[in-house]
Design a protein around this ligand. Structure first.
Ligand code: C5P
Length: 400
């Protein structure tokens, strides 16, 4: 297998009996072509010695945060930047609790806080510990922040019990890593994306906006990058940090987003419009703050350019993917939009309900493309983004 060629994986090993399998995992990842560095927590070293991982990886194992010689070799920030993927296997209940709380009290937890790359958990613990609401709460918090979780498996446990909590077998974890990077299915492919909302000014302090948080678009940008794409992300205002290793452009209004997309679209192979662009903007922007001296204030709105429709109508359009946020008859309206705008694919989701959609940590999508559909059930936006990116890549590759 060579599905991980040139991928840099930081293997984090925390304290649990499944540690002994991490040595096999390291070998499997290496055989798939990945370059590895290993970080162990103090508890992990009670199960397996760093020497095992050092001998297998051919590199020093990092164990200490405050050790000058280790920091001199590769300091913790460089290590955090070096990784394309941080895989914590096994991830103990204690470790998940610490990172869910943003703690940085050893090298590995500090790295998780400092990295901009994808962090993946491969949990391993007793089934009662796994099912404990405290652990499940921590997991949900981490998933909401964009962490991925592979496993755990169900079955016999070292403690003699049986149930969920076994770490996935090394081969299965390695396979997950290969499909995470999608065998580089988008290597060298230029992807242009929009994300977030737009703000249409009314006066110097007020604007017309919407509830889009940008989470879905940012998660998708990361997943497309992980499949090998060169991603340019044009984003409206959001509180989210720009994902690492992509080109990030910030805009505010629909007209600015339109201008930026048109500037970059010629060199892209795939265009994904995730942004909730305001359909209308005030026809006049008041130069000064509007005073509260009328009982009824009327705003006149004019249409904004439809960025996605314009890109799809180009003479040589890229592979175009749109989103449809609907409150009712989701699939019907989405498919009508896909045909009318001549899109290759559309991802429809329900908004305005309690679950999923704008501002939420999770979402569910219905994907529609030529004569085909797929339902992606409610899940964390990071996981949903990975599934969506894989489908876009597959359909794009089938179209060329
Ligand atoms: O027509 P509607 O706004 O519902 O279409 C939604 C899709 O069109 C989304 O992919 C959105 O990013 C895109 N869009 C756009 N420019 C607009 C309005 C929507 O690119 N002005």
């Amino acid at each position: 297998m060579s599905g991980l060629a040139n991928r840099k994986i930081l293997l984090g090993v925390t304290g649990g009996i499944a540690c002994y399998k991490s040595a096999v995992l390291l070998r499997a990842l290496q055989e798939a072509g990945a370059e590895l560095r290993v970080v162990m927590t103090p508890a992990a070293q009670a199960f397996v010695t760093p020497l095992t991982f050092q001998a297998l990886s051919g590199h020093d194992v990092y164990t200490e945060l405050l050790d000058p010689s280790q920091e001199a070799a590769m300091d913790h920030i460089s290590l955090a930047r070096w990784a394309d993927l941080v895989l914590i296997a096994p991830a103990s209940a204690d470790f998940m609790a610490r990172i869910a709380n943003g703690m940085a009290n050893d090298l590995l937890s500090t790295l998780c806080l400092a990295t901009e790359s994808q962090v993946v958990l491969a949990p391993a613990m007793n089934r009662v510990m796994w099912l404990n609401p405290a652990t499940q709460d921590n997991l949900q918090r981490l998933l909401a922040r964009g962490y991925l979780c592979w496993g755990p498996d169900e079955g016999e446990q070292a403690c003699g019990e049986s149930g969920p909590g076994r770490m996935l077998e090394p081969e299965a974890l390695c396979q997950q890593a290969v499909s995470h990077f999608g065998n580089g299915v988008l290597d060298g492919v230029n992807v242009l994306m929009t994300a977030g909302s737009t703000r249409e000014p009314i006066d110097p302090v007020r604007f017309v906006g919407n509830r889009s948080s940008g989470k879905m678009g940012y998660a998708l940008a990361q997943s497309m990058r992980d499949l090998g794409a060169d991603v340019t992300l044009i984003s409206g205002p959001t509180s989210l940090a720009a994902p690492a290793k992509i080109v990030s452009i910030r805009v505010e209004t629909a007209e600015e987003m339109h201008a930026s997309v048109m500037e970059h679209v010629d060199s892209c192979d795939i265009f994904v419009a995730v942004a909730a662009v305001a359909d209308y903007r005030p026809s006049l922007v008041a130069a000064d703050k509007i005073k509260k001296n009328k009982e009824i204030l009327t705003l006149e709105l004019v249409r904004n350019p439809d960025i996605l429709a314009e890109v799809a109508a180009m003479e040589h359009p890229p592979f175009t993917v749109g989103f449809a946020a609907e409150t009712e008859q989701i699939e019907h309206y989405a498919d009508e939009k896909r045909r009318r705008k001549r899109l290759n694919m559309i991802a429809a989701n329900r908004v305005g309900s309690d679950e999923g959609g704008f501002e939420s940590e999770q979402n569910a999508l219905i994907l529609l493309w030529q004569d085909a559909r797929e339902e992606l059930p409610m899940m964390a936006k990071s996981q949903l983004a990975q599934r969506l990116a894989e489908r876009i890549a597959e359909q794009y590759n089938a179209s060329i």
